[in-house]
Design a protein around this ligand. Structure first.
Ligand SMILES: [Mn+2]
Length: 143
């Protein structure tokens, strides 16, 4: 069974905490996701049961190879979608929340398509200028 959106949020966060600090404590996860530590403990136990990680109350948690693999994929997906939003001209102040809102609801096929689109724009700066030109022309019409 694939992870639920909520499990994805946890795996994504746990993976980046471990990347950044070398470990992920229940209190760090709770703070990062703005949830109560008891919710974290519950979810971590579920992720342990589903073999994404190994949780020992006093020793903390480690991701299994399966947990690492999906964690990395989720973190990469988040970065890709942020990059996509930036390219299409979304204001920086909306990017994080918008990505949090859509990331769980796209199929991996759609993610791959977005990846190609991002590559398309990154390959040639003229393409991004062209997109910005369309936007500017439209904004000028409204003025
Ligand atoms: Mn995310």
């Amino acid at each position: 069974m694939p992870p639920t959106p909520s499990m994805e949020d946890y795996l994504e966060r746990i993976y980046s905490l471990i990347e950044e600090k070398g470990y992920a404590r229940v209190s760090d996860i709770a703070e990062a996701l703005e949830v109560h530590p008891s919710s974290v403990t519950k979810m971590v136990q579920k992720l342990d049961k589903d073999k994404y990680l190994i949780y020992e109350k006093y020793r903390g948690l480690v991701l299994t190879p399966k947990g690492k693999k999906i964690g990395k994929r989720l973190v990469d997906r988040h970065s890709l979608l942020e990059e996509f939003m930036r390219i299409i001209g979304v204001d920086e102040s909306h990017i994080y929340q918008d990505v949090e809102g859509i990331e769980h609801h796209l199929s991996w096929e759609s993610i791959t398509c977005i990846e190609y689109l991002v590559q398309y724009f990154q390959a040639d700066p003229v393409r991004m200028e062209e997109l910005q030109r369309i936007r500017k022309e439209d904004e000028q019409k409204e003025e």
